[in-house]
Design a protein around this ligand. Sequence first.
Ligand code: 13P
Length: 249
Amino acid sequence: MARRKIIAGNWKMNMTPTEAVELINTLKPLVATDDADVVFCVPAIDIIPAMEAAKGSNIAIGAENMYFEEKGAYTGEISPAMLTDAGVKYVVLGHSERREYFAETSETVNKKMLKAFEHGITPIMCCGETLTQREQGVTMDFIRQQVKVGFLGVTAEQAATAVIAYEPIWAIGTGKTATTEQAQEVCKGIRECIAEIYDAATAEKIRIQYGGSVNAATAPELFAQPDIDGGLVGGAALKPDFGKIVNWK
Ligand code: 13P
């Protein structure tokens, strides 16, 4: 069975609650489709108004981060139950910006992965190499480690429902999209890694996105690749262009 595409926007630290509602109202008709899952991952404070604005549409609202404890003295963090209570179904975990600026490691990402599954939230786990790692020829070694540690203790049944976003760091926000061949090669490598950890059936089911300067022009070729099941989109998800990306066919 063909995997259903999943096209997600990652708003990052953009859009006030008021702007979030306006953007969703603008994008709602443009991202309507039966062919793919459409997710808007928004800042925590935007989740509730975004959920309200997206009501009755095909847009699912996701979070950009989540803590791995249930509750307690963790000032500033958002718990899994806070997300599920608000209706959140997806959470971005281990984005390279969180790894770089907020000391996320594959170990903390793994704890968050386990918590997300425990609460029935689908993780969109990000991985990706730096330009130096690519030049050193260690791209796949690095990503395999991120995936292997990220999925420690995750069952095959859970893994089959997960989403992995391959985002080469050098392609994020730079306008420099990975070539279709580079993106497909790594996404295929990630699928092989999942097959090694679990089995072929799990690898066939897991959805792998590409992210990094995806736009309406590059999306069709990227999304047509056999191992690329959609995209995680930053800048272009804040514009009407996102409608074209979602309806890439
Ligand atoms: P851009 O699409 O702006 O390059 O961002 C990609 C990204 O980091 C999505 O998570």
